[in-house]
Design a protein around this ligand. Sequence first.
Ligand code: ADP
Ligand code: ADP
Length: 229
Amino acid sequence: MPIIQTKNLYKIYNEDTIPVYALKDLTLDFEVGEFTTIVGPSGSGKTTLLNMIGGLDVPSRGSVLVDGTDISTLKKNQIIDFRLHHIGFVFQSYNLIPVLTALENVSLIMELQNRDKDEIRKRAIHVLEEVGLSDKLNSRPSELSGGQQQRVAVARALASRPKYVLADEPTANLDTKSAMNLLDIMARLNKDESMTFIFSTHDQRVIERARRVVTLVDGALYEDLKKEG
Ligand code: ADP
Ligand code: ADP
């Protein structure tokens, strides 16, 4: 079964006044372990789609299924719980907490999940090692480069072993070297841990690395390209 399915998904903003069709009749399946980019011009609905499959916003019509469950049938606290336990989020602007160290930033979600303290520490150190930051455990975001901050954000997203990771333009603020480094790390985690990644991008360097490229235009599916091999 696909891990995520959208079925005839619509998102219409301002439906009562001047409607904006941000997503139009989108039916897509995402399988476990896929490494997919969502591409398309600015305003084509990429962020809206990520918000829908991240349970951050609700469809106007149609549905989003995760492991076969329509997430719109979940109650508000169940959705919050679902996001916390099953989805890793990575944002364009990193969204790290400035007063916390890398280790503390990565630990935070697991603390919200009420995990065992020793387990949290071990796991946080492990994922920070995986993203190449074992020497930055006690650094605050301001002491890290943009690329390093985004790697902390990826470590944070992965620390709690989510079902899938959603990233909105994760390389937008990174130079080529940092962007490629981040992509190498994501690709390795995708391969070694069968972690499912779905991320939006404008970045040609990133698109070249994706296994699958879903192109949106004006909120509708324009192309769904799966690469061989
Ligand atoms: P992208 O991420 O591809 O740039 P978005 O998903 O941000 O596209 O936006 C898709 C369309 O929906 C755009 O026309 C945008 O202006 C519109 N839109 C997004 N969010 C809102 C909102 N909260 N209210 C009204 N329109 C919105
Ligand atoms: P991106 O291009 O990276 O998707 P945007 O600048 O289009 O980012 O959107 C940033 C935020 O503003 C999003 O949360 C989106 O939902 C919201 N937004 C976008 N367009 C509109 C709009 N026309 N009205 C209200 N909110 C909007």
